[in-house]
Ligand binder design. Structure first.
Ligand code: CTP
Ligand code: MG
Length: 239
C-alpha cells in the first residue's frame, strides 16, 4: 500500500504581513504558525509522511521547530524556491512514486485546516486525480476592467474561494510540474491551476471551511488568535 504524503509549503517571505520574520515563524497562542500547521498533519491518522519545504534562510529555525515539536512524520526538510510554484515543484520532485500514492500540498500559512477537510480530500482521491478545496463566497464577486468599471457579474452560485490543501495522485502532479518547467509556465498561484492550465485532469472540488484562513495581512494575526480560541473551545458550530 502506497503512503499518503503531505507537503507543507513554508518557503515564502510573508511580505504582505510586514512582520519581523516570515509569517510562518510568527507566534500564535505560544507556538509558531508553522508548528500549528505541521501538527494538523502529524496527528492525522492517514497521513504517513510530511515534507517541509522551507525558506532556506530559516533552515535552522525550521529544523528546530520540527525537533522541539517532536514531529516524527517530517522525513524531509527542503530549501524552497523563488515562487510558490517552485517550492511546490521542489517538494513534489522529492517524492518517489514508488513510495507515495497521494500527495496533499498545503500552505504553511493555513494552520486551521481541519481533520475533516483532510479526510474528505483523501476519500475523493480514490476516484479523482486532483482535488481542490473551496468555499462559497458570501459576497457578490465582480470582474472589473482597467478603468475600474464593472465588466461582468458572474453567477455567485458557481464561484468559490480556493483554499489548501489540494490533493493529487502523485503521478499527475509530478507530470504537471515537469511540463510546467519544460514549457516555461511560471505563473500558477496554486497546484490545481497548473493541472487545469495543462489540461491534465478534471479537478474536483470539496467544501472547505471559513476558518481555514490563509494568514496574509497583519489583521489576520488577530483573527487567527480568535480562531485558535474557537478551536480550543470546539465551538466551530457558531461559524
Ligand atoms: N511559499 C513558498 N515558497 C515561495 C512563496 C510562498 O513555499 N517562494 C508558501 C508560503 O510560505 C505560504 C504559501 O506558499 O505558506 C502561500 O503563499 P503566500 O500566502 O503568498 O505567502 P508568502 O509568499 O510568504 O507571503 P507574501 O505573498 O505576502 O509575500
Ligand atoms: Mg506570496
Amino acid at each position: 500500500m502506497k503512503k499518503n504524503l503531505a507537503i507543507i509549503l513554508a518557503g515564502g517571505t510573508g511580505s504582505r504581513i510586514e512582520g519581523e520574520l516570515p509569517k510562518q515563524f510568527l507566534t500564535l497562542a505560544g507556538k509558531t504558525i508553522l508548528h500549528h500547521t505541521i501538527l494538523k498533519f502529524e496527528t492525522h491518522p492517514h497521513i504517513h509522511h510530511v515534507f517541509l519545504v522551507t525558506n532556506g534562510a530559516f533552515m535552522d529555525r525550521s529544523e528546530e521547530i520540527v525537533r522541539l515539536g517532536g514531529f516524527k512524520k517530517v522525513v524531509k526538510i527542503l530549501n524552497g524556491g523563488d515562487t510558490r510554484q517552485d517550492s511546490s515543484r521542489i517538494g513534489v520532485s522529492a517524492a518517489g512514486p514508488e513510495t507515495y500514492g497521494n500527495v496533499l500540498i498545503h500552505d504553511a500559512a493555513r494552520p486551521f485546516v481541519s481533520k475533516e477537510i483532510i479526510d474528505d480530500i483523501l476519500e475523493k482521491l480514490d476516484t479523482c486525480a486532483a482535488v481542490n478545496v473551496a468555499i462559497p463566497s458570501p459576497d457578490t464577486i465582480v470582474e472589473i476592467d482597467d478603468g475600474d468599471f464593472i465588466k461582468n457579474v458572474p453567477d455567485r452560485r458557481y464561484l468559490r474561494r480556493v483554499q489548501t490543501p489540494q490533493g493529487f495522485q502523485l503521478s499527475v502532479i509530478r507530470e504537471a510540474h515537469r511540463l510546467a518547467l519544460e514549457n516555461n509556465i511560471t505563473d500558477a498561484t496554486d497546484d490545481c491551476s497548473l493541472i487545469l492550465k495543462l489540461n491534465l485532469a478534471p479537478v474536483s472540488v470539496i467544501e472547505g471551511s471559513p476558518l481555514n484562513i490563509k494568514i496574509t495581512y497583519p489583521m489576520d494575526l488577530q483573527l487567527a488568535e480568535k480562531i485558535m480560541e474557537i478551536e480550543r473551545e470546539k465551538k466551530t458550530g457558531i461559524w
